[in-house]
Design a protein around this ligand. Structure first.
Ligand code: UD1
Ligand code: UDP
Length: 383
């Protein structure tokens, strides 16, 4: 083979952040023709990331609809991708993580008998509906994949436990840490002007991001009530909540937190802003997956607004705690860290169980080796 043709496919904000370093690495690799197709399951939130990392997709399916359904995303992505894979004839399709785009792209590649590389493979809660539908999306993509790039040894173990061929599993670290290393700096000037004027010295910033489908409705209402209680009871705090574009999230968040002092509801932040705001925050509450991986490497305690996590490594290292979604538990989790300095310090330690910033070159080298373009297989990520 003279040129290895790789088609990367993604559609949402987190996939874009985590695939950007890999797509850029592949683009600079002699012997590789790297192309990018976005489904645009997200629109504005995807474009923010494409702009930040200077990625210009060759194909854009533009499938997002307001209040889209899971079946709708799957059908539109599957149909659009068939045509692109047929036309492009890649040797390999790369997908990432656990979104509906990830599942549809893996299936579309399989239907054309094109090999699939699954980045961020093997994370599991073993709970079918939590996170929903991500647990199944990730599992289904895994069944279809030929290469499994597991970020951690635990994720690799999960795949081995499901009978996946050990020769096809590679422990690489998570590319999100590659991305994080390019964005955080002490002199960062925020694009979101309000963030340049917060009093970081005298006011403790509680940063929140929540959007999961299984939290929509009552659980998100309870979470918002707990957040309001925290701001009311701790006058030296302020709450910054960049609100996901999903209208179901926005309605609830603005209803419960819209008119409160010391609460800043913002548009989704440019990723550079979000990473630097994490670095300056006191505490982070989230149901997001990626933030659970990024915050520990910045030494920031995270309270996870979920019942289960597929990312147990930072929980085991003591920097992340699961606090669920009910008002009382979320409040108690937050209040504990705001009033108990020792407990806070025991959590606020920088740990890097998810990556060393070199996952992308590692994945590239594994692919070059697997397709006979290099004789050396890189050593696995070892935290
Ligand atoms: C999706 C992923 C989820 C991931 C999340 C990251 C699925 C099923 N879900 O969830 O795994 O954690 O992205 O953020 O794949 N919208 C906009 N503009 C945007 C993005 C979204 O208006 O840029 C609105 C639209 O009305 C859209 C809705 O948000 O219908 C929901 O988007 P969708 O991709 O279906 O679900 P997410 O909750 O964003
Ligand atoms: N993020 C961002 N702007 C925001 C909130 C989050 O760029 O306003 C980034 C965050 O740093 C992380 C990623 O988005 O890298 C997480 O994506 P999201 O929470 O949408 O999805 P999940 O990780 O839960 O799938």
């Amino acid at each position: 083979m003279e040129t290895l043709k790789i088609l990367s496919i993604f559609g949402t904000r987190p996939e874009a952040i985590k695939m950007a370093p890999l797509v850029r690495t592949l683009k600079e690799t002699p012997g590789v023709e790297s192309r990018l197709c976005v489904t645009a399951q997200h629109r504005e939130m995807l474009d923010q990331v494409l702009n930040l990392f200077n990625l210009v997709p060759q194909e854009d399916l533009n499938i997002m609809k307001d209040r889209q359904t899971l079946s709708g995303i799957t059908c539109r992505a599957l149909e659009g991708l068939e045509e692109i894979i047929l036309k492009d004839k890649p040797h390999l399709v790369l997908v990432h993580g656990d979104t509906t785009t990830t599942f549809a792209a893996s299936l579309a590649a399989y239907y054309q008998q094109v090999k699939v590389g699954h980045v961020e493979a093997g994370l599991r809660t073993f709970q079918k509906y939590s996170p929903f539908p991500e647990e199944m999306n990730r599992k289904l993509a895994g069944v279809l994949a030929d290469f499994h790039f597991a970020p951690t040894r635990g994720a690799a173990q999960n795949l081995l436990g499901e009978g996946v061929d050990p020769q096809s599993i590679f422990v690489t670290g998570n590319t999100v840490i590659d991305a994080l290393q390019t964005t955080v700096g002490e002199d960062h000037l925020f694009e979101e002007e309000k963030l340049n004027h917060l009093d970081y010295e005298n006011q403790r910033v509680i940063l929140v991001e929540a959007h999961r489908r299984e939290n929509l409705g009552r659980p998100l209402e309870e979470i918002c009530q707990a957040l309001a209680d925290l701001v009311d009871n701790f006058p030296d705090t302020c709450l910054v909540f960049p609100v996901h574009k999903n209208p179901a999230v926005r309605e609830t968040v603005s209803r419960f937190l819209g008119d409160k002092d010391r609460v800043y509801l913002l548009e989704p932040l440019a990723t550079g802003d979000f990473h630097n705001l994490m670095a300056r925050s006191y505490l982070i509450l989230t149901d997001s997956g990626g933030i659970q991986e990024e915050a520990p490497s910045l030494g920031k305690p995270v309270l996870v607004l979920r019942e289960h996590t597929e990312r147990p490594e930072a929980v085991e290292r003591g920097t992340v705690r699961l606090v669920g979604r009910d008002r009382e538990r979320v409040y108690r989790g937050g209040a504990q860290l705001l009033q108990d300095g020792e407990d806070y310090l025991s959590m606020a330690r920088a740990v890097n169980p998810y990556g060393d910033g070199k996952a992308s070159p590692r994945i590239r080298d594994i692919l070059l080796h697997s397709f006979g373009l290099s004789s050396q297989l890189p050593p696995p990520f070892n935290p």
